[in-house]
Ligand binder design. Structure first.
Ligand code: SF4
Length: 379
């Protein structure tokens, strides 16, 4: 399990190492064809900031070589905002007094129709963590309903046991995203004080259970804004490094969502809670480039949390997949457009508008990147 490997590292030592990296360390990393985790520390360090243009240029070339001029398109479908956890940064948190909604079969199919009309063939199913209402039987049934309409089904829900993943994979699940939020155990506890999510180790070992279950792709990441982004990014890279060695048949993707404002209602008083994201746009470009210099084959994903102009500018710099036209509330596409969002979307353009921006840059938006015919497990 990753925990054994993870426990050999100290957060403080890794953080000090990153901050101690020098201009010479960065230059050495930039000359290598294949960087290692020590080089990655240098590339995400403050010492790499003056080398941003060189890093971005190498990242662009390596991404082009491996992925061509393509950007995969995906869209989230929020099935439910019910949640038994308290997470300090999320509008769906148990202690937030909001109207809760879980989509019925008819509503799921209505949302599916609206999403298909946008052109999508890759869908990301999202729920909060409420085992009574959106446990494994609900997810299994939702996948059965949705599978005839989409070539690629991803899931971003509570961590599950290996046998649960095996059940969902047999139904047609291809990808699971499970972000650790932060690899700093004490901060993790502070931001997840109640509910099953407060179990740091169970979450940390989720990609292991997914790898053992034989999933096609795993997405990992840290939420930017909970702790020092450089140290969290090192541990995310370490996690991917470990997973690629042990579960080598599985593909990997990474994402680094920056915290967005949320609407909270704690005692009948609605207000917007702002977060300081602790990461500038330049630093995010530095991070994207550093991941690409470390790993040629890693998929890198950017969501509508990021602003329009920023997303336009990074299409060529190393990312490989993007969401567009997203709604972050259950029923947001057709059933209940006014219900509460998980977070405020920054880029509000339609899927068509984003696809056309991608084409204008000489890239091809890819709506379908997978077909069940390629899946040997179902033959
Ligand atoms: S982040 Fe997930 S688990 Fe936490 S409150 Fe939001 S929906 Fe629930």
């Amino acid at each position: 399990m990753f925990t054994d490997y993870f426990n050999r590292f100290s957060w403080q030592e890794v953080q000090a190492d990153i901050l101690a990296k020098t201009d010479a360390d960065v230059r050495r990393a930039l000359q290598k064809d294949r960087c290692d985790l020590e080089d990655f520390k240098a590339l995400i360090s403050p010492a790499a900031a003056p080398h941003l243009e060189t890093m971005a240029r190498i990242s662009q070339a390596r991404t082009l070589k491996r992925f061509g001029r393509t950007i995969q398109m995906y869209v989230p479908l929020y099935l439910s905002n019910e949640c038994q956890n308290i997470c300090t940064y999320c509008a769906f948190s148990l202690d937030n007094q909001i109207k809760r909604k879980t989509l019925t079969d008819a509503e799921i199919l209505q949302e599916v129709q609206a999403i298909k009309a946008m052109g999508y063939d890759h869908i990301l199913l999202v729920t909060g963590e409420a085992n009574q209402t959106v446990g494994v039987p609900y997810l299994q049934h939702a996948i059965q309903l949705i599978k005839p309409h989409f070539a690629h089904i991803s899931l971003e829900v509570q961590p599950l046991d290996q046998t649960d993943y095996e059940t969902l994979i047999a139904e047609g699940l291809h990808t699971v995203l499970v972000y650790q939020e932060t690899y700093h155990a004490a901060q993790y506890k502070r931001h997840h004080p109640k509910g099953k999510k407060s179990n740091f180790q169970y979450r940390l070992e989720t990609p292991d259970r997914l790898g053992k279950a034989g999933i096609h792709k795993i997405g990992v990441g840290a939420l930017i804004g909970l702790e020092d982004w450089r140290t969290d990014s090192f541990f995310t890279a370490l996690h991917i490094h470990y997973l690629e060695k042990i579960y080598w048949q599985t593909k990997y993707s990474v994402s680094f969502p920056r915290l967005r404002p949320i609407e909270v209602d704690k005692a009948g008083q609605s207000q917007v809670q702002e977060f300081h994201s602790y990461m500038s746009d330049r630093e995010l470009v530095q991070l994207i480039s550093a991941y690409r210099l470390l790993n040629d084959t890693l998929e890198i994903s950017i969501s509508t949390r990021e602003q329009e102009s920023f997303r336009d500018n990074i299409i060529k710099l190393g990312i490989t997949s993007i969401s567009a036209g997203s709604k972050t509330n259950p029923g947001g596409y057709s059933v209940a457009p006014e219900s509460l969002e998980q977070f405020e979307v920054s880029d509000e353009r339609s899927a068509d508008e984003v696809a056309s921006m991608i084409r204008k840059q000489g890239y091809e938006p890819v709506w379908k990147d997978w077909d069940a015919a390629y899946d040997f497990r179902h033959q």
